[in-house]
Design a protein around this ligand. Sequence first.
Ligand SMILES: Cc1ncc(COP(=O)(O)O)c(C=O)c1O
Length: 394
Amino acid sequence: MFNTLKSQPVDKIMALMQMYREDAREGKIDLGVGVYKNALGVTPVMRAVKAAEKVLWDVEGTKSYTGLAGDPAFGKALSGLVLGDTVDADRLSMAAQPGGTGAIHQAVELIKMANPDATIWLSAPTWPNHPSIIKHLGMAMAEYRYFDNETRAVDFDGMMEDLKGVKAGDAVLLHGCCHNPTGANLNVEQWKEVATLIEAKGATPFIDIAYQGFGDGLEEDAAGVRLVAQMVPETMVAASCSKNFGIYRERTGLLFTVSNDAAQAKVTQQNLTHLNRQNFSFPPDHGARLVTMILEDDGLKADWMAELEEVRTGMLGLRTQLADALRERSGSDRFGFIADHRGMFSRLGASPEQVEKMRVDHGIYMVGDSRMNIAGLNEATIPVLADAIIAAGV
Ligand SMILES: Cc1ncc(COP(=O)(O)O)c(C=O)c1O
């Protein structure tokens, strides 16, 4: 049977990680994989997570199954973190998922169940796992312009022009904040225009929020999702706790939907629960339980927020330092966009040849489309990267 299987395309980021590991050079710099690292190059376990784990070790009396949609307290806590109090609870349906990826997969399955003829609209560019999951599930997709490679900002006119092609029953995938891979984000006015257009088209927004708290702040980063949830009758949100709680390997995420009314929300809930049952039955619980404990406890929550804020402002500091170093070296402001971008990534706008040159000549690893993980930098490596960018002729 297995001899009929075809080889699968190599995941470019995983291949880059492998190359980095095999590079024997001392001063190599990893700006590839999308994992937060502190100045020592470590992805730490957050203080509040450690504290919650200690308590959990003491109080957890069973490892029996949770509910099929996960612990309702987790859904309530995480959807609350994203939505605040913008939507009535009886319009929400939710199911815990193995990470944000699981939530995206399940969202596409839900779209497929609701409307197999839907087209799912993706930003160009987007996180490569979006098109790959959609393709895997056999759904149609289309792209809307998003990033202007000249200005390195959002091509908002192009985006709105392309979204005119959206049909009733389609879904439009938007990054809630901290766009991956570009770092260029919509402002509140633009979110309003997008929500108005989606509503007018009779389409459903599908928001992937994987970096809440990494951009402008926990509340600020959720402003777009909240606006959409208030302006459009139905919304789907795939939320990940991997980055903002630093619990990547615990696989913690949530798919939640806002339905038109409470009666519809009940039916949507049955479908979400059904999908979990078909795909993996009960979702992982450990990470979800830690997140719930943190969000429900004032002390733990305050400490988590403080540490997340250190992470966020640290990355902003690195952005400013890199933009300054490039201003000095280039004698121009053309790299100012690095300080304007938000989140863990910036798309530098370098050609694949320039990216390759930086890797070969300087041991600097970034994704081929010139996505840099800003958290891979520190004060010592910023001048090295700035020199390499100029030497590569970017
Ligand atoms: C845009 C985006 N969405 C979702 C995810 C999901 O992450 P995870 O499945 O690890 O929670 C990621 C992770 O890199 C991401 O960058």
